[in-house]
Design a protein around this ligand. Structure first.
Ligand SMILES: [Zn+2]
Length: 414
């Protein structure tokens, strides 16, 4: 029995390795798959034959260009786009978007809606999201195999509920329970910054595979943190609330209701509030545009004044937060993302000075920062790849087919 259990485990691992290689590279011949995965040609042949019979993998003819390049025609293998359909949903300030892709990550349908989140409670969010997914699925006419919902805010540690969000009065929104009942597909609810981090790891696995701190600089401040290849989360919630780490006790008012958070100095609204001389007790009502922030940054670059002071204070808050995280984790690569990176040149010297002056200042390569200006495509890509990798997991472990059969039978009975 032990031998059988062991060989079954090896088989599942080998299936996972083959699927992962095709997911990463796209098209590979059997010979290339063997080289890519380190598996013997006979193992590759057996596994791909199984995966083809399960409609997970397809044979395709190489394009003429590829044939010429390699000198002889070859049959390539690729993931079967029709094998699964996944949905990536993003809930952000006044916006709800749904992206449906096939198993090869090709976008089949996108729906983006204006959604007044500040006036919408838990029930509104659940209804609106269900409707939007249904609407996006209509022309695709396929069943979903995985759903990932990226939200601004705190989720529970299991990735099922949206516990709290600064964009809506809704609390403890049971997104996974409701969407799973509606669409009969596993649902993961994730903080949007975690999805940014997932996208960056996918794009640059060599640099970020082990550790990554993805810091979102935008209307709010957020963080997705990978340590030792695992997404960091708290004992009870998604945690990693970089924007709500305390910078100044009893300081400026934050959107979360607390005082002195990093975001209350470094979020767009906080920089604007400080630069325009408003009380740190007020939360600006206006929705700041990119143009507003660009003009503010231009004034800060032009010379001394309240605008530059506001950005210097933002930089001090961000530097303080990074130094505090580094004191716990040791320095890790940082990717700054979002619209706030447009003013990174103004903040960089102060961010670096604060980190340098901290107890981690003696480390090498402290300031090897990457910048990514727009967060939305990263959140979407991270959600799509998370959904697809979850399907890959189900397929390589063999659990997907059982679940698929159960769902099909259940629907037939219903
Ligand atoms: Zn806060």
């Amino acid at each position: 029995m032990q031998l059988k259990a062991g060989s079954d485990l090896v088989r599942k691992q080998n299936r996972a390795v083959v699927i992962a290689a095709l997911r990463k590279v796209g098209r590979l011949s059997r010979t290339e798959l063997s080289a890519e995965t380190g598996l013997s040609p006979s193992t590759v042949s057996a596994i791909t034959s199984d995966l083809m019979s399960e409609n997970v993998v397809l044979e395709v003819s190489e394009t003429d260009a590829a044939v010429t390049r390699r000198g002889r025609p070859q049959i390539a293998l690729t993931l079967n786009p029709a094998r699964a359909t996944v949905a990536a949903i993003e809930l952000s300030l006044n916006r709800l978007s749904v992206t449906i892709t096939d198993y090869n990550a090709t976008v089949l349908k996108e729906v983006a809606e204006v959604f007044p989140t500040a006036k919408s409670g838990s029930v509104d969010i659940l209804n609106r999201m269900t409707d939007a997914i249904r609407k996006a699925l209509e022309p695709v006419s396929a069943e979903l195999s995985s759903i990932v919902v990226a939200v601004q805010g705190r989720t529970d540690a299991q990735g099922r509920d949206l516990l709290w969000t600064p964009i809506s009065p809704g609390r403890d929104v049971q997104l996974a329970d409701v969407l799973e009942a509606e669409f009969s597909a596993p649902v993961t609810v994730a903080n949007d910054c975690s999805m940014i981090a997932a996208a960056l790891r996918w794009q640059n696995s060599e640099r970020y595979q082990r550790d990554l701190m993805a810091v979102l600089l935008s209307h709010g401040i957020g963080m997705g943190l990978y340590l030792d290849g695992r997404l960091f989360s708290g004992a009870r919630s998604s945690a990693a609330e970089f924007g709500h780490m305390q910078f100044i006790p009893n300081g400026a008012k934050c959107r979360c209701g607390a005082r002195g958070c990093i975001e209350a100095y470094a979020g767009d609204y906080a920089i604007w509030r400080s630069a325009s001389g408003q009380s740190p007790d007020t939360l600006p009502e206006i929705d700041l545009t990119l143009v507003d922030m660009r003009q503010l940054a231009a004034k800060a670059r032009a010379g001394e004044g309240p605008e530059r002071r506001a950005y210097k204070q933002a930089a001090a808050a961000i530097g303080h937060g990074i130094a505090s995280v580094f004191a716990l984790t040791d320095p890790v690569p940082i990717a700054f993302c979002g619209s706030g990176t447009a003013a990174f040149d103004i903040m960089r010297p102060d961010i670096e000075a604060v980190i340098k002056g901290s107890n981690v200042g003696a480390y090498d390569n402290l300031f090897d920062f990457d910048l990514h200006d727009s967060e939305t495509p990263l959140i979407r890509q991270g959600s799509i790849i998370t959904a697809l990798l979850s399907v890959d997991d189900q397929i390589s472990s063999g659990e997907e087919s059982l679940q698929g059969i159960l769902q099909t039978n259940w629907r037939a009975i219903a």
